[in-house]
Design a protein around this ligand. Structure first.
Ligand code: AMP
Ligand code: ZN
Length: 459
């Protein structure tokens, strides 16, 4: 389906943000990185994007764990909000326009529940909680494809998260009980707190209006969270709420979803401690199509390191290109790369296709350098195109790719170092040692780093 925004040239985009009860794991960041690529792609295509990402700072999990820790909810969640913002910066995820926190929008949630009450879609049960009556909303179940026969109207479910086989009336407002401790707000239905789903309906419409263009999240958000959001928002407004839904598949570990409950997760901090950089992690997270599962391994990070190093070496090389004049090939190389990159992204965000274009451009540029067919001006055109592509990818540091501070590494040394990587890969260690000596003879020391990367220093 072709994308079309409600207002020409502008996109309103809502993203379910983190539940701030712990450090986010890199599975969560796969979802945020995909949303970042989506937003950057829309911007690449000329749209002005207003992205809203909520912070779930009150729900079953935040209350449970803040009480376990014996820390007031606000203080407890603040720590993980701060960590989240540090983490997205580390991954070069561009900030959203607004990050509304649920606890700052209780009044909006109460107003929305009241509207649902007035329209006969909500009721207060004996347990004093307020529920959404799913049988009053004929479209219930459409997003997650749950037919009416598998729904249990009138049966009530109070938990924020529940499985597809427990489809039932869900809680909009949860009456206070002792497990909530001091977390409670007054409402027309008594003391309590909002359900998780109403938070997103209230905050998205406050910042994006009653109808907007794009809503995203991980695939596990589709049911019940997004199904319930639709029921609440469309039930209250009587209008279509969201035009395009995009869900990203899971990041997996050994065939299972990476998740906190399974304990098979890495946080960014875990990977930082092992000296992986933000762009290496980002490169792995964005590398697969968002609708496909992505298996995470440390080896994939090592491969990312090597790939990015090859690009870095090219950028350094291009900055030193001094061919007498440009060959005819360069115009063709640039034009076809630009068209193919756009086409790949326009095809449901085919990032693997887009990255293949960057690889081809690298190959083409290296070839022109090898043949001496690239002037400084021609090389700058190629660098400019890489910079442009990186507005979407966000992991090719075109201008940071250079020798260490104050050190100029001559192109012939980089060349020898690259030959040495090839020799090591071919397990030709005699050649690798010979090249190390050759590099040393010319005044440079080479230190090997993981992922077939290296550091060169002047002796
Ligand atoms: P949560 O903080 O649990 O609400 O999750 C935040 C975001 O991460 C949601 O969009 C989830 O769907 C997404 N998510 C959780 N686990 C994974 C995973 N293993 N792979 C990809 N996305 C995930
Ligand atoms: Zn949400």
């Amino acid at each position: 389906m072709a994308f079309r925004s409600i207002e020409p040239g502008k996109v309103g985009m809502y993203t379910c943000g983190p539940t701030v009860y712990n450090y986010a794991h890199i599975g969560n960041f796969r979802a945020y990185a995909f949303e970042d690529i989506l937003r950057r792609t829309l911007e690449y295509f000329g749209y002005e994007v207003k992205q809203v990402m909520n912070l779930t700072d009150v729900d079953d999990k935040t209350i449970r764990d803040s009480r376990k820790a014996g820390i007031p909810l606000r203080e407890f969640t603040q720590k993980y909000k701060d960590a989240f913002f540090a983490d997205i910066k580390f991954l070069n995820i561009e900030p959203a326009a607004v990050y509304p926190a649920a606890t700052d929008h209780i009044a909006e949630m109460i107003a929305l529940i009241q509207k649902l009450f007035d329209r006969g879609l909500a009721y207060q049960a004996e347990d004093k909680s307020v529920y959404f009556a799913i049988d009053k909303f004929p479209d219930y179940g459409k997003l997650a494809r749950i037919d009416r026969d598998n729904q249990r109207p009138g049966v009530r479910i109070n938990a924020d998260e529940y499985a597809k086989d427990s489809v039932a009336d869900f809680a909009l407002w949860k009456a206070w009980d002792e497990n909530d401790g001091d977390v409670a707000w007054d409402s027309p239905w008594g003391k309590g707190r909002p359900g998780w789903h109403i938070e997103c309906s209230a905050m998205s419409s406050k910042y994006l209006g009653e109808s907007f263009d794009v809503h995203t999240g991980g695939i596990d958000n589709m049911f019940p969270h997004h199904e319930d959001e639709i029921a609440q928002s469309e039930g209250a407004s009587g209008r279509k709420w969201v035009n395009f839904w995009l869900h990203c598949e899971h990041l997996m570990v050994d065939g299972a979803k990476m998740s906190k409950s399974l304990g098979n997760f890495y946080t960014l901090r875990d990977l930082q401690a092992k000296n992986w950089t933000g762009r290496e992690i980002r490169f792995v997270l964005i590398g697969a199509h968002y609708r496909k599962k992505l298996n995470f391994t440390l080896d994939s990070l090592a491969q990312a390191r090597e790939t990015l190093r090859r690009f870095d070496a090219l950028f350094v090389r291009l900055k030193k290109a001094q061919g007498a004049s440009d060959g005819e090939e360069i115009a063709e190389l640039l034009a076809s790369a630009e068209i193919r990159f756009r086409d790949a992204l326009a095809d449901d965000l085919n990032i693997a296709g887009a990255l293949a274009v960057l690889h081809d451009l690298m190959r083409g540029a290296n070839k022109l350098c090898d043949e001496g067919k690239l002037s400084g001006a021609g090389a700058e055109k190629i660098l400019a195109l890489f910079r442009k592509f990186d507005r979407v990818c966000g992991c090719f540091d075109v201008d940071a790719a250079q020798a260490g501070p104050g050190e100029e590494i001559p192109a012939e040394i980089t060349q020898l170092a690259e030959e040495r990587v090839a020799a090591r890969k071919a397990k030709n260690f005699a050649e690798s040692d010979r090249l190390r000596d050759e590099i040393a003879k010319r005044g440079f020391a080479i230190k090997d780093l993981p992922g077939n990367t290296y550091e060169i220093k002047k002796i």
